[in-house]
Design a protein around this ligand. Structure first.
Ligand SMILES: Cc1cc2nc3c(=O)[nH]c(=O)nc-3n(C[C@H](O)[C@H](O)[C@H](O)COP(=O)(O)OP(=O)(O)OC[C@H]3O[C@@H](n4cnc5c(N)ncnc54)[C@H](O)[C@@H]3O)c2cc1C
Length: 375
């Protein structure tokens, strides 16, 4: 008898899981709190082996070729001098294209946008899920694919209190996505077609081209993705979130950064970054901001509830492994639940955990090492 599986979170992790579970005949129901759909909000990502494997399983391998190539890596000092150059081809594909392909695999009747999972109650036979629209769903198991601020996590990681959240690492990633044509010449000449890096104590910056908002790959239609990691004391972060009217939120999206903070960022860029990177930051009218968090769940499974993707482990973005980790989790989960009847769910989930727990911990630790210079 196929299982009925609830999934909290309809981003890539939830969709990856849904496709892997549906291919074994299970019925999936996804709840996604965002009412407007997630398309059009992503940037680029480096395709790693687990994503390739997942695309292969789904017959979507052509997507892996739909990206923008960087031909080399460039390392810059404070003044913009090139202090290292490495021939290394690397492709960035569009998060939106990946999301749309997997969203297209799930019928609208099984994907509920604008519905937040609010409460989870579990017993030996099933899980009762209560949602923000007042609906209640009885499922054989629930997957928490609800990201960094996961609601489902609280039922699995018993160390967390009711409001438990991941720990702040003491620095943030300021980011932006600038149309390629908006890059000032000093930036375009040095940075285009390359993956560029700047490393200094308590400061890292990087940038690379990604496809356009609709997946465009032609020169002139792509976007430049920049990231500037900067130290920000917890009290200053709290002030920023308060100034933005976003206390309690995990990040600030484009247009949510208060004008005074954005102005300070641009002024600081001139003093603290190589000229090409500074020019990019100064040309960007809508920077956004993501505080860096660490989180590793001590267990991925509690009875009939399991965590996946960022809900289970938050890997610092230096690793560029968030999507790959979610893909590997989803494949392991699908394999563990293949042919499983309701009575075998708890055991199958433990097999899933056994396969993915160490990998999740290792990726979190790797991210912390890459961010060590920010301390
Ligand atoms: C809009 C968007 C764009 C992104 N763009 C990129 C990108 O360009 N490059 C990149 O490398 N990574 C990107 N990411 C992050 C990347 O998807 C994750 O780091 C990684 O793939 C793990 O995915 P995830 O599904 O576990 O978590 P996430 O992608 O963070 O998804 C979690 C989802 O759960 C939903 N959710 C949260 N709480 C609830 C609840 N209580 N009930 C129901 N739903 C809930 C959220 O709205 C969100 O859609 C993006 C994420 C989002 C949401």
């Amino acid at each position: 008898m196929p299982l009925h599986i609830g999934i909290s979170g309809g981003s890539v992790g939830g969709l990856f899981a849904a496709t892997q579970l549906a291919r074994h005949g299970h019925r999936v129901t996804l709840f996604e709190r965002s009412p407007h759909g997630l398309g059009g909000r992503g940037a680029g990502l480096v395709i790693q082996q687990p994503v390739l494997d997942l695309l292969q399983r789904e017959g979507l391998q052509d997507l892996a070729g739909h990206g923008v190539w960087a031909e080399q890596r460039l390392y810059l000092d404070d003044r913009g001098n090139v202090i290292g150059r490495e021939p290394r081809r690397q492709m960035q594909v569009s998060w939106d294209v990946l999301f749309a392909a997997f969203r297209g695999r799930i019928g609208d009747a099984d994907y509920h946008p604008g519905v937040r999972v609010e409460d989870v109650e579990e017993n030996r036979q099933h899980v009762l899920v209560r949602c923000s629209d007042g609906s209640r769903h009885r499922v054989d198991l629930l997957i928490g694919a609800d990201g960094q601020a996961s609601r489902v996590r609280r039922g699995v990681d018993t160390r967390l209190g009711a409001e438990g959240q991941p720990g702040y690492a003491g620095y943030v990633a300021w980011r932006g996505l600038l149309p390629e044509r908006a890059l000032p010449p000093v930036a375009a000449n040095q940075l285009l077609e390359r993956m560029a890096f700047h490393f200094a104590p308590q400061r890292q910056a990087l940038g690379y081209l990604v496809p356009g908002a609709q997946g465009e790959l032609a020169p002139g239609q792509r976007r430049y993705n920049w990231v500037w990691y900067r130290h920000l004391a917890p009290a200053a972060l709290a002030r920023l979130m308060a100034d933005a009217g976003r206390e309690g939120a995990l990040s600030l999206g484009p247009g949510q950064v208060p004008a005074a903070w954005a102005a300070r960022l641009r002024a600081d860029a001139a003093r603290g970054l190589p000229p090409s990177f500074a020019a990019v930051v100064q040309a960007d009218p809508r920077p956004f901001m993501q505080p860096i968090h660490d989180y590793a769940t001590p267990q991925m499974v509690h009875g009939r509830v399991a965590l996946l993707g960022d809900a289970a482990f938050i890997a610092r973005p230096h690793t560029a492994m968030g999507v790959a980790k979610a893909a590997a989790d989803a494949m392991a989960l699908g394999d563990a639940l293949a042919g499983i009847e309701p009575a075998g769910v708890a055991t199958a989930l433990l097999a899933y955990e056994q396969q993915r727990l160490q990998a999740g911990r290792a990726i979190v630790a790797y991210g912390q090492r890459l961010g060590e210079s920010m301390a």
